[in-house]
Write a protein that binds this ligand. Structure first.
Ligand code: S3P
Length: 181
């Protein structure tokens, strides 16, 4: 296992749908000047169609295969000084979790079910939440995934009630400490 000082200086954001990964990634990018890479966008490019269509036409397993291939390619490109935003289900495959930890400092954006509902209820772009029982789906997925997020992340950051700049400041402090070890 590489020590933190040998780990590439990427910041990786994991967390449930609606935890603010894309917005926090942009905020971190503004502060650090590192480009943002969004694994969902790479998947869309690779598949040549939106995520909603991949789920509809090819199914979730195919999406997960694309997600795993995308992460493997990202690691092979030996990235450094990137902000990497991931899809909420990336932690479903153990290989993905190992790649993420090798790629840099992994931050879990922790968010409550109430906040997730507020942030995702209007979006139609999240196939897993396109059903009548959104709250039930969120509760089930959260309970399946919470331990996986915790085990994958180097740091958990609470987000409820905090502004993006407040969250970003906390992440930067933790990252500085991590890479200095
Ligand atoms: C998913 C989250 C989505 C996207 C896909 C599956 C999930 O990304 O990868 O719809 O399984 O939680 P966001 O977390 O960016 O919404």
């Amino acid at each position: 296992m590489a020590s933190p000082s040998e780990t590439p200086k990427n910041l990786i954001l994991i967390g449930f749908m609606g935890s603010g990964k894309s917005s926090i990634a942009r905020e971190l990018s503004k502060t650090l000047g590192y480009p943002v890479v969004d694994t969902d966008s790479l998947i869309v490019e690779r598949a040549g169609k939106p995520i909603r269509k991949i789920f509809e036409q090819d199914g979730e397993e195919k999406f997960r295969d694309l997600e795993a291939d995308t992460l493997r390619d990202l690691e092979e490109s030996r990235p450094s000084r990137l902000i990497i935003a991931t899809g909420g289900g990336v932690i479903a495959r153990p290989d993905n979790c190992e790649i993420l930890r090798r790629l840099g400092f992994v931050v879990w954006l922790v968010v409550s079910a109430e906040e997730i509902i507020k942030r995702t209820s209007k979006s139609r772009e999240r196939p897993l939440l396109n059903n009548k029982d959104q709250r039930g789906t969120i509760d089930r997925l959260l309970s399946e995934r919470r331990e996986l997020y915790r085990a994958t992340a180097h740091q958990a950051v609470e987000t409820d009630g905090l502004t993006f700049p407040e969250i970003t400041t906390g992440i930067l402090e933790s990252a500085r400490y991590f890479f200095a070890q």
